[in-house]
Design a protein around this ligand. Structure first.
Ligand code: ADP
Length: 400
């Protein structure tokens, strides 16, 4: 069976999934794996569709010093141990800049374009692009597709897309891009399938994982996001600060003598739930803890989500549905319940039993706003885009 490999390359890990292409539209997940500890204590782990472990192998840092080496190791294992024949590779790429509003087939020219956005996402973009470069060099005939976290938000109005700074900065790319677009696109598609009447209305989706944001959907399209120029804005996250007065940054530099690199490290790695609690970036740990700082960090998280629910509802001119997704949104009934309480004033009312049972629809019959918890699947979204693009290319080439 032909397969699609989906790659999601982070700073020290390479996550991968393999989907079999079955029939006209079917994609079947066959392998889910990752190499983490790249350059320090590399470890390849993968499991099959039934969650059965397929491999758990440690490597020395010299064997897997960087992402190109990790790509090679994952590729070799998939070929040799699993015998997969790849039809294409789909990549998660955080930034498509102002130009890319949809996934794109990769070649050397496109890759060079995407390298221009490295300054816009210096922590993520180089990692995302590294395996692409490796595969272009090693497997030039293998079709590759880039799917962007920003693309789904490219239809925002100019008013929503701007910061109130001189226009020349906007022209050079300082814009409110928004991220987690693949997740929102997937959830929007699910809503179309499971509840078309909700999908055509005014919906807020809260992607609450270790990275967290919220998106306002109107008729299934993104019109506003809590994330902006970088993945730091909006909600407090596991280790990222969320919305912060730019004056705080000026204070850190001018008064505390911090360098740009130190501020970056602080804002990305030491803030959010971890910074507030001083205990953990993981909501599970904080829920278990009876330390007052853990309680406070969660109170703050829930409070900010409630504030943004109001903001995004304003951007939509009202609200028909609110959808929870990603690690916290999908799994924590307690956090969902606390968040819904914050925007109860909009007419939202939870069905507590359905919420505790982890059902898809969790609003009560009396609720004026439909409440849902929908599992996201960014990798499946990437595989779908990749399949569509290589099929369209084939049709184009055969002149049909
Ligand atoms: P990412 O893909 O951004 O790494 P995920 O969407 O997998 O993140 O979410 C990871 C986070 O989800 C964890 O850090 C943890 O805080 C939270 N999480 C996962 N399971 C639960 C749970 N059962 N209860 C509360 N939080 C959870």
């Amino acid at each position: 069976m032909d397969t699609i490999l989906v790659l999601n390359a982070g700073s020290s890990s390479l996550k991968f999934q393999v989907f079999g292409i079955a029939g006209t539209n079917g994609l079947q997940r066959m392998v889910k794996g990752q190499i983490d500890g790249v350059g320090t204590s590399p470890r390849l782990r993968a499991m099959g569709p039934d969650k059965r472990p397929l491999v758990d192998r440690a490597y020395s840092p010299d064997e897997v010093p960087d992402l190109p080496a990790a790509t090679h190791v994952a590729g070799a294992w998939l070929r040799e141990a699993q015998g997969f024949e790849l039809a294409a590779v789909g990549h998660r790429v955080v930034h498509g800049g102002p130009d890319y509003a949809r996934p794109v087939r990769l070649d050397d020219l496109v890759l060079r374009h995407l390298e221009r956005y490295i300054p816009l996402a210096p922590l993520h973009q180089p990692n995302n692009l590294a395996p692409i470069r490796t595969l272009i060099e090693r497997r030039p005939d293998l079709p590759q597709v880039a799917c962007f976290d920003t693309a789904f938000h490219r239809g925002h109005s100019a008013v929503a897309d701007h910061y109130a700074i001189p226009e020349r900065f906007y022209a050079e790319g300082v814009r409110r891009y928004g991220f987690h677009g693949l997740s929102y696109e997937y959830v929007s598609g699910c809503l179309r399938d499971i509840a078309p009447n909700i999908a055509s209305g005014r919906v807020i989706v809260a992607h609450l994982g270790s990275g967290a944001s919220m998106c306002a959907l109107s008729e299934g399209r993104s019109v506003e996001s809590t994330l902006g120029f970088t993945a730091l804005d909006g909600l407090p996250m596991g280790t990222r600060c969320g919305q912060i007065d730019p004056g705080v940054i000026l204070y850190l530099i001018a008064e505390k003598g911090m360098t740009a690199a130190q501020v970056q490290d602080l804002l990305y790695r030491e803030c959010g739930l971890k910074g507030l609690s001083g205990i953990s970036n993981d909501v599970r740990d904080l829920l278990k803890s009876d330390d007052a700082r853990a309680t406070f960090a969660l109170d703050h998280f829930v409070y900010r989500i409630g504030l943004y629910a109001g903001t995004l509802a304003a951007s939509l001119g009202g609200l028909d549905a609110f959808v929870f997704t990603a690690g916290i949104g999908e799994n924590s009934a307690e956090i969902r319940a606390r968040i819904v309480e914050k925007f109860g004033w909009l007419g939202a009312e939870l069905d507590h039993a359905a919420n505790a049972a982890g059902e898809l629809m969790i609003s009560s019959g009396a609720s004026r706003i439909a409440l849902l918890a929908v599992p996201t699947d960014e990798e499946l979204m990437i595989a779908r885009h990749t399949l569509n693009l290589i099929r369209a290319d084939k049709m184009g080439r055969s002149g049909r």
